[in-house]
Design a protein around this ligand. Structure first.
Ligand code: PAF
Length: 284
């Protein structure tokens, strides 16, 4: 496994791999790897000949007062996990090379960024799309793999690659959960044991909503009100949003249908956690 820090070296390796007819699979991350990331790497290993993992805590996707400085970092542990997962190259660029003095180009995806995290974290998706498009240009993957936990991020990246004619297949993989249901996230490490137990309210809300829908309740406002009440009972919980949206447009819905996704962002103490799930169980 090689560790590459320079953009030009990464581009040269990617170009040579492409010329040799290799499929490059790519897992972009901000590091502090957990089981969820490892499931993406496992899929990447199967899909490509050259598996590239990037680790870059991207400053442009964090707003003022967010956790950019505190975001957990552990390159030594990440390198070990990456090696075990069969990664060929870890790309760890420097912020100064990604955004040199005079840097002036950003990508804005309209419409599906208006709601949810797009409205509660202004500028977040502009930063995500900018860095992901830059990483795609540097790593030149044929396939890129993301987690479904960031449901809106995945939809936005798919929209961007389509609109910008970027030749990469964007794959989303299921949310990886702890055995008690908590969605895996690098930010879970911030939680105290007491907060960790209150954080279960996100996955419990998903289960509760599915239960209500299967019992015949389809009024989104009524479901959201019930969940809001439950979440507000947790002393350290503060709701950012609880919304039921159409899976493609991410617009709010009035009634649940097969395209409905429940999306939640809840602060537990200072830690902002997200989760999501479809509400109608699909039978093939
Ligand atoms: O999901 C993440 O970890 C980040 O938003 C991403 C896609 C690596 C871009 O910085």
């Amino acid at each position: 496994m090689d560790i590459i820090r320079s953009v030009s070296e990464m581009q040269q390796r990617a170009t040579s791999a492409r010329v040799a007819g290799k499929i490059i699979s790519f897992v972009p991350t901000m590091g502090f790897l957990h089981q969820g990331h490892l499931s993406l790497l496992e899929a990447g290993r199967k899909r490509g000949d050259l598996l590239v993992l990037s680790i870059f805590v991207n400053p442009t996707q964090f707003g003022q007062g967010e956790d950019f400085e505190d975001y957990p970092r552990d390159l030594q542990q990440d390198s070990q996990l990456a090696q075990e997962a069969g990664v060929d190259i870890i790309f760890i660029p420097e912020a100064a090379e990604m955004y040199p003095t005079g840097y002036a180009t950003y990508i804005d995806v309209e419409g599906i960024t208006d709601n949810l995290c797009g409205s509660s974290r202004p500028g977040h998706f502009r930063g995500v799309c900018t860095v992901v498009s830059k990483l795609f240009n540097i790593v030149q993957p044929q396939v890129a793999i993301f987690g479904n936990k960031d449901f809106q991020q995945l939809a936005v990246i798919k929209r961007m690659t389509l609109d910008m004619n970027i030749q990469v297949e964007v794959l989303g993989l299921p949310i990886f959960r702890e055995s008690d249901g908590l969605a895996m996230s690098s930010r879970n490490v911030y939680l105290t044991p007491e907060q960790r137990s209150q954080a279960l309210v996100l996955s419990q809300s998903l289960a509760r909503a599915k239960q209500l829908v299967s019992a015949g309740k389809t009024d989104c406002a009524a479901i959201i009100s019930q969940l809001t009440n439950d979440i507000n009972k947790k002393p350290d919980a503060r709701i950012d949003y609880v919304q039921i949206c159409h899976q493609k447009t991410l617009a709010d819905q009035d009634d649940v249908d097969v395209d409905s996704v429940l999306l939640l962002a809840v602060y537990i103490g200072k830690t902002r956690l997200i989760d999501n799930g479809f509400l109608v169980i699909k039978h093939d």
